[in-house]
Design a binder for this molecule. Structure first.
Ligand SMILES: [Zn+2]
Ligand SMILES: [Zn+2]
Length: 258
């Protein structure tokens, strides 16, 4: 079985045991991990790019400014993000997007940052990784106004219903499902997954968050993407090996991965 974790936050502080984490991922069939590199302090985009540089056989990196943080990011780091987006080791821009649940940055600032990130992605020819929470309407408007670059993008950790999935698919986006899809109460997400075309779905862990059932509440890690794929297999009525092959091929195509 060949799996790919299309979205994980693997900061050193959360994973002092990273070697063991990578070994468990490999044992579970995870051949590649897209490490999400996010701004966390002035001049600091986290550990993702260093991981991709040190272990290109396992990691690819994105670079992005999260809606939670965007109000704190100095202009110099926007310029840096723009430059990093062109780095050949960077396979995507994000996560960016809108989070109107936590509202940790003012909504207008989030929207401006989302627009700017979409433009950075388009200029660099890289796909965009989108984070959305309680902001579907605003996000749809921004995406229609800005347009999506040719490289496309993905709504990560999809938590919407069938109508939301149809909206993102019609805009040309991929949909990525995480451990939430395994939760007992997530029937609407599973219904949405059922209608996603076989060539438009990705799987992810969003580690260290959102560990799937039966590990809920624990620190998540890329090996657990196997549990997400197993849930998709159940929903799609396909063998898990086939779901693994499909979602891995989809992520490879979107992020242009080796
Ligand atoms: Zn997110
Ligand atoms: Zn994330």
């Amino acid at each position: 079985m060949e799996l790919l974790d299309s979205h994980a936050h693997l900061e050193r502080a959360d994973y002092p045991d990273l070697d063991a984490v990578v070994a468990r991922a490999a044992a579970a069939g995870v051949r590649r991990i897209v490490a999400i590199g996010l701004w966390r302090a002035p001049g600091d985009f986290g550990d993702a790019l260093a991981l991709a540089a040190a272990r290109p056989e396992t990691f690819s990196a994105t670079i992005g400014i999260h809606p939670h943080e965007c109000a704190r990011v100095p202009e110099a780091d926007w310029v840096r993000a723009e430059a990093l987006a062109h780095d050949p080791r960077v396979v995507g821009v994000g996560e960016t997007g809108l989070d109107f649940h936590y509202d940790l940055s003012p909504r207008q600032v989030q929207e401006a940052a989302f627009r700017r990130s979409l433009r950075i992605a388009r200029a660099a020819g890289k796909p965009v990784v989108i984070h959305l929470r309680e902001a579907d309407e605003a996000a749809g408007r921004v995406l229609r106004e800005e347009g999506l670059g040719e490289a496309g993008g993905v709504v990560h950790c999809f938590t919407g219903d069938a109508a939301a999935a149809r909206t993102w698919l019609s805009l040309g986006l991929h949909v990525s499902v995480a451990g939430i899809a395994t939760f007992r109460t997530a029937e609407a997400i599973r219904e949405a997954v059922r209608l996603v075309p076989r060539d438009r779905l990705l799987v992810e862990t969003d580690s260290p968050f959102l560990a799937p059932v039966p590990l809920r509440g624990q620190r998540n890690e890329p090996a657990n993407v196997a549990l997400v794929a197993a849930k998709v297999a159940e929903v799609w009525g396909l063998p898990v090996e086939e779901v693994a092959a499909l979602t891995t091929a989809n992520a490879r195509r979107l992020f242009r991965l080796p």
